[in-house]
Write a protein that binds this ligand. Structure first.
Ligand SMILES: Cc1cc2nc3c(=O)[nH]c(=O)nc-3n(C[C@H](O)[C@H](O)[C@H](O)COP(=O)(O)OP(=O)(O)OC[C@H]3O[C@@H](n4cnc5c(N)ncnc54)[C@H](O)[C@@H]3O)c2cc1C
Length: 666
């Protein structure tokens, strides 16, 4: 039993599990300190992973060497590629998972990860020491390339200072040295990743009933928020909610509309370690009615959302059913999805019916839904309020500006969603490990990954409501596709040390196959006669003269898959090179979207110049009178590292950016 670690990860949720697995696999002696080790990466809400933009994030986590994709594949009960009918940038994988198996699979993975210990307990206090003299190796990294090693002499962000003046706290830079637990154990370490999710001073609401807790069945976590506030951290309060869980034996599935998974399901992980799901389970569609709405409205006066009991800000895009009735008062019905929670349980999740109305109102209303006449519910819906830390207090590495060696990831940063949490956990685990070795932080750019967009948005813009990822948040959607996440990120995952030699060899083989198939299409001339019947059959104009296969593939409805049937030389090429479906799809997307891809790359490269224009760490913006007052205040608070980052801060105008460009060089 050791009490001394390189890195301690607090919390075994989606963020904590990825952080602990990454740090330990990279070689840091890591402790995962979590309140209940039987609930690793527990799905507090819906039993699903992925979806629009979130699916892209999971593919990126996998491409970098994180676990979420593989664990999802191993525990999926249904897989769908959403938005297939739209452009490739919008395709988004989503899987229903067996909730219990997901958690078990994570626990199995973590228990078998070298360098990783697990301790079941609650962290109640973080331990600090005053800043040490920066070691020469860190100083060198800082000077040469490291953008994210905190500068102990940097000024405090303005908002933190203001909040602390009110509280009478004078923040000074510190370094983390350990964690104290509820059982009184004191662990020492050199870095901490805090991933306490919805647990910090969590308060659950169901009608007038209130109970402390991190989620139903789990205790709240006390001590950490107060400890961090006492040294100068700013905190806020957010809320989220979940629907009732239903007993399948009491549902009349015969009359419900099923929603099946894909006929040929794909999977999340790019590695050959996992297989697409077999024996898929269906979901079902159900609908609310005016009668259901009338019953729900009888509980509005007791709704903690409406009677002022809940103050935290909720997720705008996951509204409760009572919010939906208020916002869309003229709608007679709302569509709901009935999703299985696993293969070995009768429990079903009712997506779209999140509620904190009194349980008896929820129960009565649910009975009026077609198919639910004899409904039994296992647990009612409820809402939860919890503390979070405004993420502008972080560097892009996810290290806090106030305490060296302390990283935040997941819901504590004001995000919502398993995928957003896992992505941050992975990056915090990687960066905590690297900083202990004096290596530069890994900061993904906005044109490299949705994870880059996520973290840049958090630390640059902050959050005023729970942040979830949307494709619309990304400027370079055509570049950030789910299909090319490995091409974008696996070389980096390999360089970092999270991608094995075997997997990297598989990746290189795929990359080379994509390139040779694209080259084959460029070189091959197709005679008009070879293909005229085929083109007619897919509704495309016949050729008047021979064309390159590449040009033909740019047409609508023309695919490699269908062309193989009419062009024997194409089929022979694919077979002789052993090219699989995923590789063919990738080559086809590169051909069909070439123009869009090149345009986005061009714009991204132009903007890189702003990203490369650095602002000195200790620069005092208040001295720049030509900036607006708002820009000066915001720049002093966020302390952007580059003009690119400054340009994305809300309140910094294009005119302010020009002033910065003149000052720091175009
Ligand atoms: C009621 C409810 C409804 C939700 N609804 C939605 C939704 O509609 N949509 C959506 O996208 N997301 C929803 N979520 C959020 C989703 O569950 C989170 O986004 C996700 O789980 C966050 O992952 P995380 O790793 O940050 O934290 P969590 O998954 O919350 O994990 C936190 C972990 O930290 C541990 N922990 C906490 N404090 C301590 C401590 N002091 N010491 C040791 N261990 C500690 C806990 O035991 C837990 O293992 C909901 C969550 C809840 C509870």
């Amino acid at each position: 039993m050791t009490l001394d670690y390189d890195i301690i990860v607090i919390g075994g949720g989606h963020a904590g599990c990825e952080a602990a697995a990454a740090a330990a696999r990279l070689g840091s002696r890591t402790l995962l300190l979590t309140m209940d080790m039987t609930k690793m990466a527990s799905m507090s809400c819906n039993p699903a992973v992925g979806g629009v933009a979130k699916g892209q994030i999971v593919r990126e986590i996998d491409a970098l060497g994180g676990e979420m994709g593989r664990i999802t594949d191993r525990t999926a009960v249904q897989f769908r590629m959403l938005n297939r009918s739209k452009g490739a940038a919008m395709w988004s994988p989503r899987a229903q998972c067996d909730k219990t198996r997901f958690s078990e699979e994570w626990r199995h993975t973590l228990e078998n990860t070298p360098n990783l210990h697990i301790w079941q307990d609650a962290a109640t206090e973080l331990l600090f020491e005053e800043p040490e003299k920066t070691s020469s190796v860190v100083a060198e990294a800082q000077e040469n390339f490291c953008t994210d090693v905190p500068d102990p002499h940097a000024k405090e962000p303005e908002s933190i200072s203001a909040a602390n003046t009110e509280r009478g706290v004078s923040p000074i830079h510190r370094r983390i040295r350990g964690v104290r637990t509820r059982m009184g154990v004191e662990f020492s370490c050199r870095a901490v990743v805090l991933t306490a999710g919805t647990f910090l001073d969590g308060m659950m609401h169901c009608g007038a009933a209130r109970a402390e807790g991190g989620r139903a069945g789990d205790a709240a976590s006390h001590g950490i928020t107060a400890c961090l506030q006492s040294i100068g951290f700013e905190t806020g309060r957010m809320k989220t909610g979940t629907p009732a869980r239903l007993d399948a034996r009491s549902i009349n599935f015969e009359i419900l509309e099923p929603q099946y998974g894909d006929e040929n399901p794909s999977k999340f992980s790019f590695s050959s370690e996992t297989e697409p799901v077999k024996d898929q389970m269906p979901c079902f569609l159900v609908y609310t009615t005016p009668e259901v709405h009338t019953i729900l409205r009888t509980g509005f006066d007791r709704s903690p959302l409406f009677n002022g009991t809940i103050h935290g800000i909720g997720p705008r895009y996951c509204p409760s059913i009572e919010d939906k009735l208020r916002t869309f008062a003229d709608k007679d019905q709302h569509q709901l999805f009935l999703e299985p929670e696993g293969r070995s349980t009768n429990e079903y999740y009712l997506n779209g019916f999140s509620s904190s109305l009194p349980w008896e109102v929820q129960w009565e209303a649910l009975h009026k839904i077609r198919g639910f006449e004899d409904l039994h519910i296992y647990r009612p819906g409820y809402a939860i309020e919890y503390d979070y830390f405004p993420p502008t207090q972080l560097y892009h590495s996810l290290e806090t500006k106030l305490v060296s060696g302390l990283y935040f990831a997941g819901q504590v940063n004001g995000t919502t969603g398993y995928e957003e949490a896992a992505a941050q956990g992975l990056m915090a685990g990687i960066n905590a490990h690297r900083s202990l070795r004096g290596e530069e932080a890994i900061v993904l750019k906005r044109d490299e990954a949705y994870i880059g967009v996520l973290i840049d948005d958090l630390v640059t813009k902050g959050v005023d409501e729970p942040y979830r990822m949307f494709t619309s948040r990304a400027e370079y959607r055509i570049l950030l596709r789910q299909d090319n996440a490995d091409l974008r990120l696996t070389p980096l995952g390999y360089k970092i040390g999270l991608i094995s030699e075997k997997r990297y060899a598989e990746f290189l083989q795929k990359k080379s196959n994509v390139e040779s198939l694209v080259a084959f299409a460029r070189e091959q001339s197709i005679k008009a006669s070879e293909i005229s019947d085929y083109l007619k059959s897919v509704g495309s104009e016949p050729l008047t003269q021979g064309r390159k296969l590449y040009d033909i593939l740019m047409r609508n409805n023309v695919t490699f898959e269908s062309l193989q049937k009419v062009l024997p030389k194409l089929r022979r090429f694919i077979e002789s090179h052993n090219i699989d479906v995923e590789t063919i799809e990738e080559a086809e997307i590169q051909i069909k979207y070439k123009g869009y891809i090149e345009r986005e790359k061009f714009i991204a490269e132009k903007l890189h110049r702003l990203e490369n224009s650095r602002i000195p760490d200790d620069f005092d913006f208040t001295s720049m009178n030509s900036l607006t007052i708002e820009a000066r205040q915001k720049l002093n608070r966020i302390r952007p590292k580059t003009i690119g980052q400054a340009s994305r801060i809300p309140g910094v105008s294009p005119a302010d950016v020009n002033v910065l460009l003149i000052k720091f060089g175009r």
